[in-house]
Design a protein around this ligand. Structure first.
Ligand SMILES: [Zn+2]
Length: 334
């Protein structure tokens, strides 16, 4: 009743024109193809109860996995994500690349990522770096920079930041498998964490993640706290570490977009999010992109956030992997 795959647009131009304007990772999500075709998409008011439930229940939030306290009695877990999109988001993913935007992606590997890692290492703060395989294949030296301290994690973020929601299941799975192989070949370790390109799932993504045995997934937005994913109402055993566009640098740092904010104002949004997480005793997960946040005038936002978090204290800085393992253990899932 619900098709497993999504038809491709009839011509490439239907995707091409808007994607040329897609300058930041966040803006790309809205351009993804619809996740699944409805039987009568122009008349959703006529859908049956059964059909609506089947749509929303495909992937849904299950039990809350937020522990009573984090390691060391910490009140809040602080998880920093770096989605290392580099050239893949500058056009490789759509085939609409040109040299100028590609050079902005190159800045991510050459300048921004080392600058961010230097800051994290000086502050002794672990983080998780999600790579589209091609970002690492183009600049494999990034793995040495990240792994020098031994405290960071590398996760997978697709093959070429492909629009996974526009792919059939076998293609999506093939690209993810080859991305895992490529990352493992360069780093020596197979990723245990998945972040979907553009933070969306196709109707097949969860099946693929379960088949490949991931420890956690981090692309969905049903909570501020870690939770277990349900598939058609059934517990999957897969930990979700949720993201949110509010806690992403790309939408607010696009200098050519209409939502541009001063980095110090963006920092205040992050601080407010952290303070509420601290008050509630939950989790603060922030996503940045090296090619976005690693500029000189923007890294002040991360520096200021770290200063604020450290001043407040009683937090646990962790990789996503360590957080996922901890919540699994606390919830008796192992
Ligand atoms: Zn990305």
């Amino acid at each position: 009743m619900i098709p497993k795959t999504t038809p491709r647009p009839s011509t490439d131009m239907q995707l091409l024109a808007p994607l040329i304007l897609c300058l930041a990772a966040a803006a790309c999500q809205a351009l993804d193809a619809p996740a699944q075709a409805a039987p009568n998409p122009d008349e959703p008011w006529d859908w049956s109860d059964e059909y609506v439930h089947s749509v929303v229940n495909r992937v849904r939030a299950g039990r809350d996995l937020n522990p009573d306290s984090w390691p060391g009695g910490a009140r809040v877990a602080v998880l920093l994500s770096l989605d290392v999109d580099n050239e893949t988001i500058s056009g490789l993913r759509t085939g609409t690349f040109s040299i100028g935007p590609l050079s902005q992606g190159e800045y991510g590997a050459r300048v921004a990522l080392p600058r961010i890692v230097r800051l994290l290492d000086e502050e002794n703060i672990p983080a998780t770096f999600f790579f589209p395989a091609w970002s690492l294949k183009l600049a494999p030296e990034q793995a040495e920079v990240i792994n020098a301290s031994g405290m960071h994690e590398i996760g997978v973020h697709g093959w070429i930041h492909e629009l996974n929601t526009a792919l059939d299941g076998p293609t999506e799975e093939r690209l993810l498998r080859q991305a895992m192989d490529a990352i493992e070949e360069i780093t020596g370790e197979r990723p245990v964490g998945y972040r979907a390109p553009s933070w969306n799932h196709s109707p097949n993504t969860l099946d693929i993640l379960l088949e490949l045995g991931f420890l956690y997934e981090s692309s969905l937005m049903a909570d501020d706290r870690p939770y277990e994913l349900l598939q058609n109402g059934q517990a999957t055993g897969l930990v979700e570490l949720p993201v949110e566009w509010i806690l992403d640098d790309a939408p607010l740092f696009n200098p050519r977009g209409n939502s541009y904010m001063n980095p110090r104002d963006v920092m205040q949004v992050w601080i407010d999010e952290f303070d509420k997480a601290w008050d509630e005793g939950t989790m603060f997960l922030l996503t940045m992109h090296p090619h976005v946040s690693g500029h000189r005038s923007r890294i002040v936002a991360l520096e200021g956030l770290i200063d604020h978090i450290q001043a407040r204290g009683n937090v646990w800085f962790a990789t996503h992997e360590d957080a996922a393992r901890y919540v699994r253990e606390q919830a008796g899932m192992d």
